[in-house]
Write a protein that binds this ligand. Structure first.
Ligand SMILES: Cc1cc2nc3c(=O)[nH]c(=O)nc-3n(C[C@H](O)[C@H](O)[C@H](O)COP(=O)(O)OP(=O)(O)OC[C@H]3O[C@@H](n4cnc5c(N)ncnc54)[C@H](O)[C@@H]3O)c2cc1C
Length: 392
């Protein structure tokens, strides 16, 4: 019989969610993180637009982003070699038929971020000269939106977790989960692992992992989003262009690695999988970009897709499952998992440690109940020994 490696907490999934949780939890507890792939961050985390905005997502998501900014702007000494954030700005544009929506977005955005302001068409064109004047009816600017160095953030989390004693095990696809002697026992090709607390940070696979543990899924829905790079337009200095985002989420374009990254902002329901870019979605993105700008897409240098996984109310799910002792959800980060990673990791560590949420997050109006899986999976009325673990 193979030996079982024990820890206080076993984390399933080595994307930004699992890595951030390992970093925070390992400060006070022994941690084992299990990742199926040969490297951490291969799925959604490695395919993002790397954008930090406080002006996108549900109200709760926006507050989680606000709560993450201090860490991202000023990580602890030794966390990374270069700043995690660099200035970008975000210009949200609207056609005449979208102006009502732009006004509503501006009013909503300014509730939390008063620095977001309307800008004139001339100002928008000065910032991004390839925009078509006859396309634009209005624009708003989020001046303090940033680019995130996702690799540095992910590696900083993993390095910090290891330094605190966490074990990161790759090529460890979880194939079976059982509840034995008050512990979750997890079977992988890399061995058997067990802990009284198991964190489900499996991204698009989070519901599948729960089902492996005998827990009914929460109805998380992976949605595919496509992106592609095109060469920088000749004769333009693009380095300081803000991210340009259509207010109706029809497309966005941003500077990335000296090129332009374009997305049709698609959201196609998918099963959990290694997603790839569909040619039709790339063509739609190119067409929308060409409609709004003077750019012509003649060459796509790279295209990809990733899964953004949402709960029904489009806010993350973080907390112990009321139906199964020791099963902790850290899922449903949707299109916001990078920018909210510091807040969500700290919340996970606090709840697993039986503590209140960090003061700074409470002051932002974030509460554990808003994030709890209990909003989708109410606690059973009567619990009995047979229903306290792994019961659906
Ligand atoms: C095109 C695109 C643009 C985006 N842009 C942004 C952005 O600008 N800003 C932002 O904040 N967010 C953005 N996002 C969202 C962000 O990428 C995600 O919210 C975040 O990466 C989710 O992290 P995760 O760790 O939950 O998931 P993942 O990174 O997918 O990690 C889950 C991990 O679990 C592992 N796993 C699954 N099943 C098992 C198993 N059985 N055993 C072991 N391991 C398993 C997987 O291999 C995977 O590595 C974007 C996403 C996409 C696709």
């Amino acid at each position: 019989m193979s030996e079982v490696a024990h820890a206080d907490v076993v984390i399933l999934g080595g994307g930004i969610a699992g890595a951030g949780a390992a970093y925070e939890i390992a400060k006070t507890r022994s941690v084992i993180l299990l990742e199926r792939e040969s490297v951490c961050g291969y799925h959604a985390t490695g395919r993002s637009a790397a954008s930090f905005t406080e002006n996108y997502g549900t109200g709760l998501v926006r507050r989680l982003a606000l709560g993450s900014r201090p860490f991202l702007a000023s990580p602890p000494a030794g966390f990374c070699e270069h700043p995690l954030l660099s200035p970008r700005g975000m210009l949200t544009i609207a056609r005449a038929d979208q102006m009502e929506r732009l006004d509503a977005e501006l009013a909503r955005a300014r509730l939390l971020v008063p620095s977001i302001v309307p800008v004139s068409i001339d100002d928008a064109l000065a910032r991004v000269p390839v925009l078509r004047r006859d396309y634009l009816a209005g624009a708003i600017l989020e001046p303090h939106s940033m680019d995130i160095d996702v690799d540095a953030l992910q590696n900083g989390f993993l390095r910090g977790a290891r330094a605190a004693g966490a074990r990161i095990v790759t090529r460890a696809q979880v194939r079976g989960i059982a509840c034995r002697n008050g512990e979750w026992q997890v079977e992988t090709p890399a061995g058997l692992f067990a802990a009284p607390v198991m964190v489900d940070a499996a991204g698009a696979w989070a519901d599948e992992v729960a089902q492996m543990a005998g827990i009914a899924p929460l109805g998380l829905q992976p949605l595919r989003r496509t992106a592609f790079n095109i060469p920088a337009p000749v004769g333009h200095s693009i380095a300081h262009w803000p991210l340009v985002n259509d207010v109706g989420e029809e497309f966005y374009v941003k500077v990335a690695g000296g090129q332009l990254m374009v997305s049709p902002a698609d959201a196609t329901p998918s099963k959990p999988m290694d997603a790839w870019a569909d040619d039709m979605d790339v063509a739609i993105g190119a067409e929308r970009l060409e409609r709004a700008t003077h750019l012509t897409v003649t060459r796509v240098s790279h295209s990809w897709a990733g899964l953004r996984t949402f709960a029904a109310d489009r806010s993350p799910v973080v907390g112990f499952d009321p139906r199964a002792e020791g099963f902790f959800w850290l899922a449903g980060q949707g299109g916001y998992g990078i920018k909210t990673s510091s807040s969500l990791s700290r919340i996970a560590a606090a709840l697993i440690g039986g503590q209140d949420l960090p003061d700074d997050l409470q002051r932002l109006g974030i509460s554990a109940s808003d994030l709890s899986p209990a909003r989708f999976a109410p606690a059973p009325q009567v619990s009995s020994p047979s229903t306290t673990r792994g019961a659906a």
